[in-house]
Design a protein around this ligand. Structure first.
Ligand SMILES: Cc1cc2nc3c(=O)[nH]c(=O)nc-3n(C[C@H](O)[C@H](O)[C@H](O)COP(=O)(O)OP(=O)(O)OC[C@H]3O[C@@H](n4cnc5c(N)ncnc54)[C@H](O)[C@@H]3O)c2cc1C
Length: 354
């Protein structure tokens, strides 16, 4: 989120400094699968549906420019995501989701089991599936590198330090306090993911708690067509020659060590949609900390109690999808432009307003 905000601000002509610590265990961007699942992840009548669609559209619009500018590939694939109904009870829900999303002018299809078997014979077709042909994936590590490289190319600075808190004097925001030095700024964007609430001198407590996600990687099945598939609380996608699968949702504080029980859980859920996985040899496993809020929506926008302070945090499960658009919105806001009405739902004051 910080890299995206920095790049968008640099595009808008601001002088930007990104203050980042040496690599920190559990950074979500480094652990993420990278799905742009605006439609698949959307609940029925999803409040932030349009923001997710705009988030996905951002990458279509900006991927080529980012790569041209930096030489870094972000691995954007726009080849759809499939959600298999593993229980009969899911069929009606998914069909309703197809109908509602079509009413929102999005492409969405219900595929019956025969259609699924024809398209993806190595999958267990279950009771059919929800097909979102416009959803896709990208490589989140490439994305962060590209945002930062483009920020630097546009005159921004990347400084290695750990911010301990806000630098405030006489009721005014002066910048950020780092372990190494003070970082003066007219505007400060808090984009420290699950760690955002741990900063000193915040004007209000930040309602963010880490939600650990564990992932595994296996060899991609030889000859199998690339596809991103959701099953029962699990998903799989292809990156290079690997099959990435995840992800757990756990409240485990800031603990980042992966545990074998999670690997077994992901593997067994995966087996219901991809039976051949049972024979695959275990591969890599890792964990990351999503910044989770009580209502599952991010915190984006200005702090009403402190001029110059902005938040871009709390994006939970969909922070890769929403990173690009969040950066643009923050840059718009800091530049004095009005923000879309929909952002009312993610306003920073909604939890601790006393
Ligand atoms: C296993 C897993 C799978 C996921 N899959 C997807 C997916 O497929 N699609 C999707 O859209 N989202 C996915 N997500 C969610 C996504 O990764 C997060 O929502 C997103 O990374 C949040 O971005 P962030 O910048 O707020 O937090 P982070 O990505 O965690 O980044 C926070 C940054 O703040 C820095 N920081 C922390 N403390 C300080 C400090 N004191 N001073 C300075 N810097 C600091 C950290 O070093 C880090 O770089 C996944 C997450 C996980 C864990």
């Amino acid at each position: 989120m910080g890299a995206s905000c920095a790049r968008a601000l640099a595009v808008a002509g601001a002088r930007v400094t990104v203050v980042r610590p040496p690599r920190l265990a559990g950074e979500a961007w480094a652990a993420a699968a990278g799905m742009l699942a605006a439609q698949i992840e959307a609940g029925p009548e999803e409040a932030l549906f349009n923001l997710g669609i705009a988030g996905r559209a951002f990458y279509r619009r900006e991927a080529a420019a980012l790569t041209d500018s930096t030489g870094i590939e972000i691995g954007l694939a726009q080849d759809g995501i499939l959600q298999v109904a593993v229980e009969e009870a899911q069929v009606e829900t998914l069909k309703a989701k197809v109908a509602w999303q079509r009413q929102q002018a999005q492409r969405a299809d219900w595929l019956d089991p025969t259609e699924l078997e024809e398209g993806w014979p190595w999958l267990r077709a279950g009771f059919g599936g929800f097909w979102a042909p416009e959803d896709g994936t990208l490589d989140p590590i490439g994305l962060v590198e590209a945002f930062l490289a483009d920020t630097e190319r546009r005159g921004g600075h990347i400084v290695e330090d750990r911010i301990t808190g806000l630098w405030r004097e006489g009721g005014r925001l002066m910048g950020g306090l780092g372990e190494q030095k003070r970082h003066p700024a007219d505007a400060v964007v808090i984009a420290a993911g699950a760690w955002s609430g741990r900063l000193d001198h915040l004007p209000r407590p930040l309602s963010i708690e880490p939600v650990r996600g564990q992932m595994i990687a296996l060899d991609w099945p030889k000859g199998a067509r690339s596809v991103t598939v959701y099953g029962d609380h699990c998903y799989l996608l292809r990156r290079g020659d690997e099959l990435l699968a995840g992800a757990t949702m756990e409240h485990a504080g800031f603990a980042t060590a992966p545990d074998p029980a999670a690997m077994a859980d992901i593997t067994s859920r995966l087996t219901t949609i991809y039976p051949a996985i049972a024979a695959a040899k275990p591969g890599r496993q890792w964990a990351g900390l999503r910044p989770g809020t009580p209502d599952g929506l991010p915190i984006i926008g200005p702090e009403p109690r402190l001029d110059g302070l902005w938040y871009a945090t709390g994006h939970g499960r969909n922070g890769v999808l929403l990173a690009g658009i969040t950066g643009e919105l923050i840059a718009q806001g800091i530049g004095g432009e009005p923000l879309p009405e929909e952002l009312r739902l993610v306003r920073p004051g909604r939890f601790w307003d006393w």
